[in-house]
Design a protein around this ligand. Structure first.
Ligand SMILES: Nc1ncnc2c1ncn2[C@@H]1O[C@H](COP(=O)(O)OP(=O)(O)OP(=O)(O)O)[C@@H](O)[C@H]1O
Ligand SMILES: [Mg+2]
Length: 252
């Protein structure tokens, strides 16, 4: 087991009062979210509760209107997406953002090439070995020369995951609905990949999903959002009996 990278005061990621508004709508409303190094956390909540917006804030795609985000103790909320990625934060998108006419392998190599352009001194052979190993892990190695646009939706998600894992050193992987509309076989591969990377490389995961049975197999703790706020947090057993959670899901 890899030693977990330093996290002052015991948190890998910590947000305080995180807030994002779209006009009059408060999509993320004073969110306090804290992840321990090496944990796999679920993030759930009804449609429109602010989960994707949270992931967009954490990955730097959106800038917060208030509050702060710390990664291993350091503020990252003023950084641009590539700077956050360079600090070891990867993400997937609900709708895959891939380069369709490039091959599967080229898509995986892309972040490493961009990092080299910015001065990363990793040897190309090491980068290629890592890319091949990750493609094997996500069962796409046989398709490495195929253009990304020929992949199915589920395979595109696998490719996004392999590409994210090229970020070195990787501390945190943010996944937005990785299981949505994905074939059960691929779902198993995604779960296996998450668990392996968590065990072997101590990668911390924040997984947004509506699939409770899948999340239950991956996460010990879940955070629940409703109307931009964190309304509950704990084990599945704890949140299942939580009145505010039932109300958020069943409506009233
Ligand atoms: N770019 C945007 N511009 C304006 N409003 C937005 C934008 N992105 C999100 N919103 C709004 O913010 C709220 C939170 O949206 P968000 O996508 O974060 O929810 P979600 O929890 O990911 O929902 P879902 O489960 O449906 O994916 C919604 O009311 C949504 O309409
Ligand atoms: Mg969403």
């Amino acid at each position: 087991m890899t030693e977990v990278a330093g996290a002052p005061n015991g948190w890998l990621l910590q947000t305080r009062d995180l807030t994002k508004r779209f006009g009059g709508l408060v999509a993320v409303d004073g969110l306090p979210l804290a992840l321990r190094p090496g944990e796999v956390r679920g993030l759930i909540g009804p449609n429109g509760s602010g989960k994707t917006t949270t992931v967009n804030l954490l990955s730097g795609l959106y800038h917060a209107d208030g509050g702060e985000i710390r990664l291993r103790g350091e503020r990252i909320d003023r950084l641009r997406p590539h700077q956050i990625a360079a600090r070891g934060v990867a993400r997937t998108f609900q709708t895959p953002k891939l380069f369709g006419s490039m091959t599967t392998l080229e898509n995986v190599l892309l972040p490493a090439l961009a990092a080299q352009d910015r001065g990363d001194r990793r040897a190309m052979s090491e980068v290629r070995d890592r890319a091949r190993r990750l493609l094997e892990l996500v069962t796409l190695d046989g398709r490495r020369h195929a253009p990304a646009k020929e992949l199915s939706g589920g395979q595109s998600m696998l490719l996004q995951i392999a590409r994210g894992l090229m970020v070195r050193p990787i501390h945190l992987f943010l996944m937005d609905e990785p299981f949505a509309g994905v074939h059960p076989t691929i779902k198993d591969t995604i779960m296996e990949t998450i668990l392996r990377m968590n065990q072997e490389e101590a990668v911390t995961f924040l997984i947004v999903s509506h699939e409770m049975t899948t999340l239950r197999r991956l996460c010990r703790r879940v955070s629940v959002m409703h109307e931009g706020k964190l309304i509950a947090e704990g084990s599945f057993e704890e949140i299942a009996g939580h009145a505010a959670v039932l109300e958020a899901y069943l409506g009233r």
